[in-house]
Design a protein around this ligand. Structure first.
Ligand SMILES: Nc1nc2c(c(=O)[nH]1)N[C@H]1C(S)=C(S)[C@@H](COP(=O)(O)O)O[C@H]1N2
Ligand SMILES: [Mo]
Length: 315
């Protein structure tokens, strides 16, 4: 099979048609099988191996002019505690995890609760490419070309009631398939939450693909949240439940360590993590550190959401 370069499928700002999306998914499905056999062992910060059929970084950039990370970096350096706490070990453990078919249930304070198949969401909401920075609270970052649609489209479809104030997300819980969930120290399932206005912001994405192709298991397939102005742990993977509620949801990290991980978790170089500075970060693939930007460089689109709030208290 001849690999299709993502740039040929998704030139900047061109929306993926359903047919192209499935075509791209097919191409990547083939290469993922390779990874599953353990044929490729890419270096965590290197580029795709020469014989890989996976598309390599092709020079596309984010709106600040920084290049996207390679597909190999994005899919071999992952935080996904349901598999392992070893970032370089996730890909191999996740290789057999089935991401299709995948259902997500949307319920709670809505007029039209419904269970959706990801396939249906893709045909209904027409995923587009979005190149976003991802800034982990551990002070590393990447630039990632997601394929997804705004969460607002899904929320509008289920019609939140006037009582809805927050959105709660929950990851699949299957300890037999996700071995990290056998570690009883963590309060599984992984949960996250957003205020409704944050969830409705156009930047907030439900990702169903990556690099013009399918969303591999280690990146959060079947479907994952991407909230680019917040620390990476808000961008919850493998979502099966989305609940509209009137109460601020408990989140996994803030329930384990409330003084370290707040509900808002907006990227903020002025507020350090208790154990390390957040002033700078290491972009995966780069040697020198770069300064971290307020709201991860998305202040123009989101700073207004926090008018009147003290972000050193609401961290
Ligand atoms: N379900 C789940 N979602 C998760 C995590 C996790 O461990 N489990 N880790 C988070 C963290 S800390 C980060 S930085 C991002 C990493 O996303 P990536 O591996 O696709 O780069 O996923 C987030 N989503
Ligand atoms: Mo993270």
């Amino acid at each position: 099979m001849i690999p299709i370069k993502p740039s040929e499928i998704t030139p900047k700002h061109v929306y993926l048609s359903r047919r192209d999306f499935i075509k791209a998914a097919g191409v990547l499905a083939g290469s993922m099988a390779l990874a599953a056999c353990g044929v490729s062992t890419p270096a965590p910060t290197g580029s795709a191996p020469a014989d890989s059929t996976v598309p390599a970084a092709d020079g596309r950039k984010d709106e600040l002019g920084d290049p996207v990370n390679s597909y190999a970096d994005i899919t071999n350096y992952n935080n996904y505690y349901e598999f392992t706490t070893d970032k370089e070990g996730v890909a191999q453990l996740a290789a057999q995890f089935p991401t299709t078919p995948w259902d997500v249930e949307v319920y709670g304070l809505v007029n039209k609760p419904q269970k959706f198949g990801v396939e249906d969401l893709v045909s209904r909401f027409q995923p587009e490419e979005r190149i976003y920075r991802l800034r982990c609270v551990e002070a590393w970052s990447m630039v990632i070309p997601w394929v997804g649609f705004p969460l607002s489209k899904l929320l509008n479809a289920v019609e939140p009631t006037s009582a809805a104030r927050y959105v709660r997300f929950e990851t699949i819980f299957k300890p037999d398939e996700l071995p990290g969930q056998k570690d009883i120290w963590y309060p599984w399932p992984y949960q996250e939450g957003l205020r409704l206005d944050e969830a409705m912001n156009d930047l907030t994405l439900l990702a169903t693909g990556l690099y013009g192709g399918e969303l591999p298991a280690q990146s959060g397939g079947g479907i994952r949240l991407v909230v680019p102005w917040k620390y990476g742990f808000k961008s919850i993977k493998a979502i099966i439940k989305i609940e509209l509620t009137d109460k601020q949801p408990a989140t996994m990290w803030s329930s384990i360590a409330p003084n370290e991980y707040g509900f808002y978790a907006n990227v903020n170089p002025a507020v350090d993590h208790p154990r390390w500075s957040q002033a700078s970060e290491r972009r995966i693939g780069e040697i020198s550190r770069r300064n971290t930007l307020p709201f991860n460089g998305y202040a123009d689109q989101v700073a207004h959401l926090y008018d009147g709030m003290d972000l050193s208290i609401n961290y």
